[in-house]
Design a protein around this ligand. Sequence first.
Ligand SMILES: Cc1cc2nc3c(=O)[nH]c(=O)nc-3n(C[C@H](O)[C@H](O)[C@H](O)COP(=O)(O)OP(=O)(O)OC[C@H]3O[C@@H](n4cnc5c(N)ncnc54)[C@H](O)[C@@H]3O)c2cc1C
Length: 484
Amino acid sequence: MEYDIVIIGGGVVGCAVARLLSAYEGSIALIERSTDVAEGASKANSGIVHAGFDAEPGSLKAKLNVEGAGMYEALCAELGVPFARPGALVLAFDEEQRATVEDLYHKGLANGVEGLEIIGRERILELEPNVNPQVVCALWAKTSGLVSPYELTYALADHAVINGVDFLLETEAKDIHKENGTFVVSTTKGDLHARVLVNCAGISSARLHNMLSDTKYEVIARKGEYYLLDHTVAPAFTRTMFQTPGKMGKGILVSPTTHGNLLLGPTAEDVTDDWDTATTAAALRMVSEKARRTWPKENLRTCVTTFAGIRAHEKGGDFIVGPTQGVKGAYEAIGIESPGLSASPAIAQRLVSQILQDNPLKKKVEWKPAYKGPKPFSGMTIQERAEAYAQNPEYGAVICRCEQVTEAEIRDAIRRPLGARTLDAVKRRTRAGMGRCQGGFCSPRVLEILAEELKVDPTQVTKSGGKSYLLVGTLASITGKEDA
Ligand SMILES: Cc1cc2nc3c(=O)[nH]c(=O)nc-3n(C[C@H](O)[C@H](O)[C@H](O)COP(=O)(O)OP(=O)(O)OC[C@H]3O[C@@H](n4cnc5c(N)ncnc54)[C@H](O)[C@@H]3O)c2cc1C
């Protein structure tokens, strides 16, 4: 297959690049090794749109963080993705940490962050009564935001699909080389040829870069593990509660999510397996112990799940965003660890303007508007529910009781431009299976709907692609008895 542009990686960065490029003439493909987009770091992070006080002044991280964070209101409004700026506190518990807080304040000012203030114990406890009263002071970052990282990624991908980008899922780039000025990307599904290549492959980005360029990079997998608490109990905090950062990252936070859950974590541990997202008792114990410093009355009884994400930490420490050194036509985003979600709109803008500068493309006469999914049934008023039901009786069937997700929303998730193909893909698009019972009740029904919509046998439906089948066969096929 031949394309003008091939993007490797369907995380928030690759999808943001695909969306912006879809406004221009030309054939574009995005390849993703998983069954869905947002299966890498973009599904398993803290979901914080960082204000930008943490990154080193003068670094690309700092610049793109502040720029990207400032783009969130407009982007999320255009895509119909929930976004809020509840703010954040960085808590100091001793004099050494007070100095760190002061340092962060000055870094923030140097980075151009607005709305920063250092506040004392009394004010902290007024804002957040559940904070440990031993706190001495805090940096209050009023512009710190919250977003659902995978919902943003799906919305970016949907918009790109609507405007003609081909999303080739379950397609892994194995090798890249250049032949007569054209890139040849050898994938698990055959070769793709492209004039322009954009490497947004997260944890694999350095490996793919090193196949093309003489400048070598090294990305280290840095795991972060979390507890997620249910939203049926009001979160103990209304803002993101950071502790002072360390050498390995921003430290353990306690933060509400866009859906009203509470998140505790993440750890930061270098691992040798790029895809090792298993959680461990030891790491989670550490999260719980450290989080108690922020939240002495910590209560993990409402924990609905634990999960882990892998940061792509480049040894040099900064983001690498731009043309691939010495390789004409290739562009890349490497080492996009935190604050990569916050920076992603700016990373995409920077890459796309560099691509367009070197490869002028004609703007399309029409860039079709984004797909905005239906309003969640769980957030509707009684009146809205009645109206939705009158128009579509599938709103009358609540499939996920914990999260109040209806059949109408599940079918929509499968039919949307980059539709769900697995149980997990439905879960993240609709929240069916995200609640207290973690899909115990709704999974069989979601599976049936997926089979119906995709016109496949129920035994072919998977949890998350590959061989993660949920059913092994019919009772008759297993027992050999016709009436089983
Ligand atoms: C624990 C943790 C907490 C974080 N917290 C925050 C936060 O609160 N705020 C913030 O701003 N940032 C945060 N981040 C960082 C943020 O998640 C990342 O910067 C961002 O998601 C990176 O997006 P990406 O598209 O570059 O990478 P990814 O989302 O990893 O996407 C890369 C994609 O490429 C695919 N891929 C890889 N190799 C190949 C191949 N060979 N062929 C085809 N496809 C391939 C992968 O499957 C993946 O889908 C956090 C990260 C972690 C892990």
